[in-house]
Design a protein around this ligand. Structure first.
Ligand SMILES: NC(=O)c1ccc[n+]([C@@H]2O[C@H](COP(=O)([O-])OP(=O)(O)OC[C@H]3O[C@@H](n4cnc5c(N)ncnc54)[C@H](OP(=O)(O)O)[C@@H]3O)[C@@H](O)[C@H]2O)c1
Length: 289
């Protein structure tokens, strides 16, 4: 199985609005290409994308154990599907986590989640509340593991007083390297916590037309390195993440197999530490001290 995780955020109403047959084709291509982990969240598509994906998955004759399904909970967004929310907020209560996981499993038609992620930290989160929910869901075999997303070191430490954290899904890309500098990734490596990188292409920043001078300069520097080695820009962005000793798992955002495949195939290419520093230097705009 590939390290690459197929992120589903842009496949539905928030992005490509893929129809059932296209979703079936994309899910099948991912699995055949070795990308067998799918990253969802209850909120994607305004609480509609899990259901769309589940309806497609439900019609495919693929054994459940062949894939890994991740979903997230704890963000509450007022929208057509949740008109009772007054304001965007977080809910880390046991009841909300349990209800959310039940709903995700039903929508995704997947019997259980391989991993549930607490989508965002909150000043109001009580580790005991979260721990109680996770223990119950594990006992009922509705989840295999629990992870977090966008958590700092102290927030991970707080949660680890009550439960085991399998992964932290954080934003990492050539345009966003905070986790490499603020100790988050070091902490994950120290404690065997898997690092998943969301927006590995900066949410498309590396490609979308932009008049922002910083972005234009960044792309120009990165393209010079990519051209030197005959890499495409997206390939180089994945190589940069994959070379890191934390064995980072990129969470792709594309709704096109041809682009997701670039990440999966980059796993079979190795680069030298010097090449990694060339990419790093181009991304930072200055050499290492
Ligand atoms: N945990 C969190 O808080 C969190 C937050 C955000 C996202 N996520 C997860 O991370 C996943 C990825 O996030 P992301 O969508 O921001 O990822 P991304 O891969 O950085 O950006 C995806 C965007 O880049 C475009 N793109 C990809 N390859 C391209 C290429 N070669 N040329 C031009 N455009 C290209 C895609 O367009 P096309 O679709 O047209 O290819 C899409 O618009 C999401 O699906 C979600 O699962 C998690």
């Amino acid at each position: 199985m590939k390290r690459t995780i197929a992120g589903v955020m842009n496949w539905g109403a928030w992005g490509a609005k893929l129809h059932k047959d296209d979703l079936k084709e994309l899910i099948t291509s991912c699995i055949e290409g070795g990308v067998k982990t799918f990253d969802h969240a209850d909120i994607y598509g305004g609480y509609t994308t899990e259901k769309d994906w589940g309806e497609a998955w439900g019609e495919l004759d693929i054994p459940r154990e062949q894939v890994e399904v991740i979903s997230k909970c704890a963000i509450c967004i007022p929208c057509d599907e949740r008109p009772h929310y007054n304001i965007k907020h977080y809910n880390h209560s046991s009841q909300h986590i349990i209800e959310s996981v039940h709903r995700s499993i039903e929508n995704l038609q997947c019997d259980y989640l391989d991993e549930v992620l607490i989508h965002r930290p909150s000043p109001l989160m009580d580790p005991q509340e979260i721990g109680t929910a996770i223990e119950k869901l594990k006992k009922e075999r509705l989840i295999r593991r629990c992870g977090v997303s966008n958590f700092t070191i102290s927030q991970m430490e707080l949660l680890r007083t009550e439960l085991e954290i399998h992964s932290n899904q954080i934003e990492i890309s050539l345009d966003h390297m905070d986790g490499m500098h603020d100790g988050t990734i070091d902490y994950c490596m120290t404690h065997g916590i898997e690092v998943q990188a969301w927006s590995p292409l900066g949410g498309g920043t590396l490609f979308k037309p932009s008049s922002d001078v910083r972005i234009v300069k960044l792309r120009s520097r990165l393209n010079q390195v990519a051209e030197k080695y005959g890499w495409t820009l997206d390939q180089m962005a994945y190589l940069f993440l994959l070379h890191h000793p934390a064995r980072i798992r990129p969470v792709t955002g594309s709704s096109k197999w041809a682009r997701i495949k670039v990440a999966a195939e980059a796993e079979d290419i190795s680069i030298s530490d010097e090449q990694w520093y060339e990419i790093w230097t181009a991304a930072q705009g200055n050499e290492v001290p």
